[in-house]
Write a protein that binds this ligand. Structure first.
Ligand code: AP5
Ligand code: MG
Ligand code: ZN
Length: 215
């Protein structure tokens, strides 16, 4: 299954992707995670990306498209993959379609996780992430058993640099202007499925699986 997750910052794309990995046995490709790793490693790519990410702006297409092309060509993507945070604008979506057409392996589904705007800010300001395994927690909605420590791997939890109120506002604006139009783009291709992303994480996941069908 080749899947794109659509949804605003904080909609729960990463949260649902982590569960999909286990159920469907396919990797998650999160451009945000890849970029944050490059920033943490201090690579030239990371240094370039950081200035955009800290402002809540999109990193240039040329950078992200290269990353994704490289990643989907790897062996573990042969069975399929979950794209999370990519594409982010129409230009990225068009390049992706072209590359996948050349590979003879087009997208199956664009799954939209829909959440009302006013919920997103609280989710994002409350988010904490494991440094080791990237599992997400939330100080308002889903606390770890032990404060600051990942339930799954014992790793340290941290708050993302871009999860500050001002930066979140900018990310939401960028989403409206550049990413939201992708709904129409994929609707025209007839591959959109939608689930409501409010409520219990496991219940949302059941709806996600129902929308995707058994593997
Ligand atoms: P990215 O990392 O993709 O961030 P984002 O799109 O802003 O999305 P988030 O990761 O913030 O939200 P999410 O939907 O994954 O929510 P999550 O599951 O964590 O991108 C970051 C930056 O990188 C961009 O701003 C840009 O600069 C750059 N970038 C990345 N990709 C790019 C691209 N393609 N092109 C250009 N630039 C790019 O959930 C959020 C919180 O809510 C968590 O705490 C979670 O525990 C909680 N939560 C989840 N579900 C529920 C629920 N049902 N109930 C209660 N709480 C919940
Ligand atoms: Mg995410
Ligand atoms: Zn962890």
């Amino acid at each position: 299954m080749r899947l794109v997750l659509l949804g605003a910052p904080g909609a729960g794309k990463g949260t649902q992707a982590k569960k999909l990995i286990e159920t469907y046995g396919i990797p998650q490709i999160s451009t945000g995670d890849i970029l944050r790793k490059a920033v943490a490693d201090g690579t030239p790519l990371g240094k370039e990306a950081k200035s955009y990410m800290d402002k809540g702006e999109l990193v240039p297409d040329s950078v992200v498209i290269g990353l994704v092309k490289e990643r989907i060509a790897q062996d573990d993507c042969k069975k399929g993959y979950i794209l999370d945070g990519f594409p982010r604008n129409t230009a990225q979506a068009e390049v992706l379609d072209k590359v996948l057409a050349e590979m003879g392996a087009p997208l199956d589904t664009a799954l939209s996780v829909d959440v009302e705007k006013d919920v997103l800010m609280k989710r994002l300001t409350g988010r904490r992430t494991c440094r080791k395994c990237q599992q997400m927690y939330n100080i308002y909605f889903s606390l770890p058993k032990k404060e600051g420590v990942c339930d799954k791997c014992g790793g340290e939890l941290f708050q993302r640099d871009d999860d500050k109120e001002e930066t979140i506002k900018k990310r939401l604006d960028v989403y409206d202007a550049q990413t939201a139009p992708l709904m129409e783009y994929y609707k025209k291709k007839g591959i959109v499925k939608s689930v409501m992303g409010l409520g219990d994480i496991n219940e949302i996941f059941s709806k996600v699986c129902a929308a995707l069908g058994k593997k």
